[in-house]
Ligand binder design. Structure first.
Ligand code: NA7
Length: 534
């Protein structure tokens, strides 16, 4: 039997939980389907040692409830995965959200029924749900990317994935461990794994720019101060580029002396904030020469930290500008390479050939290991949507996106009526504090649904224009100079389209609000026949 609902939401992470809460406010009958056994999304799955958010805890939390803001007290500058998960569990309990969430269940397909003007959704439990609205709250980094390492299935030791870390933990004490991947996950896990492993080898293909987090417990008085001024802080977050307030730049990096520039970079480095250094001057994201001054400052810090000059050089990114691939925040990452049992293996010099029964083989050596840790990233932003591949009015999403992801405002897709994507492609998503972006999207979607249309659909021309506008914005930056997952480069065959809005969250919000204020310009809203002319 087909269950009838007003809204079906896929995913119960930060996005799905808030979306459910807001839809209850409209009195809509909502059901949430979640693949995990609990709420949390990203923070449910990514339990590897060292997993931590790199947006500060008192900024990486919901702003919709002042009471929640006051009642919840974060303990560290940067929250570790267990604390974020505890927070989301608290939110689920506090707002009584679990009763509308079905766990351990995946949506397997979704198709728009143009006659009934509803979505028909199926789950891996064999259930069929018909919904007036379908909202994807599936996250941007939720489908782990399996690396194309030949023979991995022949390895007889243990393979762990940072994105699917065992809930009971994984003891590597006394083991020989290889970590493949040096993005945020690898960089956070390496110091922790090094503390237990007998030998740790880090296999690096592309080095990341990583900044020290200077993580620490939060003092009572700073928590009280923030809580006393939360509304102003939230305003500053929303007015900022990434949802993380930093002192805005006023000058070009090239108009100040090298001494002054380095002093500025050092001051921002010491803040331990992901975007602080790259926001020091107006042109770091647009001018290669300006960017190089900041990049070289970071390389200098790597050389200061790592004892062996060859290792420091291999850890120093040179193939792309600072900020064009996701930078990282770390706790003791570079220092880890000074430990005698830790080794860096440069896969650009000696590429990885294959896995064997007992380890990993490069062009130079056979590395015998007990455990391989894969920190090899995700099929970002579009992966979870295309895994289901919903079918719209005339075509599937994969057909519509054959040449790359297209959307209107990152919220809706032409030909996919009554469907919204929270933090979808070409919204600020991965270039922003996710929680702030999620709240803005959910609020916008909820207001749109409250218009009471029977069918709401993005116009193809509006989508076309949005794609043109956002692509032009990217072309004015240095982002296209990097092969990054921002552009789909990490997944074989993924069409190259920049997946995030680069104009900053304040500008993005302005554009979304403007569309809503202009009677949802670029959307067609159809009323139910009975209501027409009423
Ligand atoms: P990332 O940032 O995509 O990092 C994945 C890493 O894995 C990266 O260093 C890759 O090197 C490496 N990789 C991937 N496949 C291979 C193979 N086959 N061989 C060797 N190395 C490989 O993912 P993370 O999970 O670390 O971080 C994702 C985001 O989560 C992060 O930015 C935060 O937003 C939170 P490559 O760069 O492709 O040369």
């Amino acid at each position: 039997m087909t269950e009838e609902r007003d809204v079906l939401v896929v995913g119960a992470g930060f996005a799905g939980l808030y979306q459910l809460h807001r839809l209850r406010g409209l009195d809509l009958d909502t059901r949430v389907i979640e693949a995990g056994s609990d709420v949390g999304g990203t923070w449910y799955w990514n339990r590897y040692p060292g997993a931590r958010c790199d947006v500060e805890s008192m900024s990486y939390c919901y702003s919709f409830s002042p009471e929640l803001e006051q009642d919840w007290t974060w303990t560290e500058k940067y929250p570790a995965q267990p604390e974020i998960l505890a927070y989301l569990r608290h939110v689920a309990a506090r707002f009584d959200l679990r009763r509308d969430i079905t766990f351990d269940t995946s949506v397997t397909d979704a198709a728009w029924d143009d006659d009934r003007r509803r979505w028909l959704v199926r789950t891996d439990d064999g259930e069929e749900i018909s919904a007036h609205w379908l909202i994807w709250a599936t996250g941007c980094l939720s489908i782990p990317k399996t690396p194309e390492i030949e023979g991995l299935e022949d390895f007889t030791g243990r393979i762990l994935s940072t994105a699917r870390w065992p809930h009971e933990g994984a003891d590597v004490a006394g083991e020989r461990v290889a970590v493949v991947g040096t993005g945020s996950s690898g960089i956070q896990a390496v110091p922790q794994l090094a503390a237990d492993a007998a030998e740790l080898t880090v296999l690096q293909r592309t080095p990341s720019f990583s900044f020290p987090a200077f993580n620490r417990p939060l003092a009572d008085d700073e928590v009280a101060e923030r809580k006393a001024h939360y509304p102003q802080w939230r305003e500053a977050q929303r007015a900022s580029g990434f949802g993380v307030p930093v002192q805005p730049p006023t000058r070009s990096a090239l108009e100040v002396s090298p001494e002054e520039r380095d002093a500025t970079y050092q001051e921002r480095w010491d803040q331990g904030v992901l975007t602080a250094v790259s926001s020091a001057y107006t042109d770091i994201r647009t001018n290669p020469a300006a960017n190089e001054t900041a990049a070289e400052f970071v390389r200098e810090r790597i050389r200061d930290t790592v004892d062996d000059p060859d290792t420091a050089e291999v850890l120093s990114p040179r193939s792309y500008p600072l900020g064009t691939r996701r930078p990282c925040l770390d706790t003791g990452y570079y220092e880890t390479f000074n430990q005698p049992h830790v080794r860096l293996l440069d896969l650009t010099a000696t590429p990885l050939l294959r896995a064997t029964a007992t380890g990993l083989e490069t062009t130079a050596e056979h590395l015998e290991v007990d455990t391989i840790v894969l920190a090899t990233g995700f099929d970002a932003v579009t992966g979870a949507l295309l895994a289901v591949d919903p079918r719209g009015r005339d075509e599937s999403l994969s057909e519509h996106w054959a040449a790359g992801a297209r959307s209107y405002l990152g919220l809706a897709v032409a030909g996919f009526p009554n469907m919204f994507t929270v933090t979808g492609p070409t919204s600020p998503n991965v270039l922003s504090n996710m929680v702030i972006s999620i709240e803005q999207h959910v609020d916008w979607i909820t207001d749109a649904i409250a218009q009471g249309a029977e069918v709401m659909e993005a116009d193809p021309a509006a989508e076309e224009q949005w794609v043109a506008d956002t692509s032009a914005m990217v072309a004015g930056t240095l982002y296209p100079r990097a092969d990054s997952w921002y552009i789909g480069a990490n997944v074989d065959g993924k069409p190259r389209v920049f997946l995030a809005f680069v104009g900053g969250i304040a500008e993005y919000r302005r554009r979304c609000d403007e569309v809503a204020a202009a009677d949802y310009r670029g959307f067609t809203l159809t009323r139910a026949p009975a209501e027409v002319g009423a």
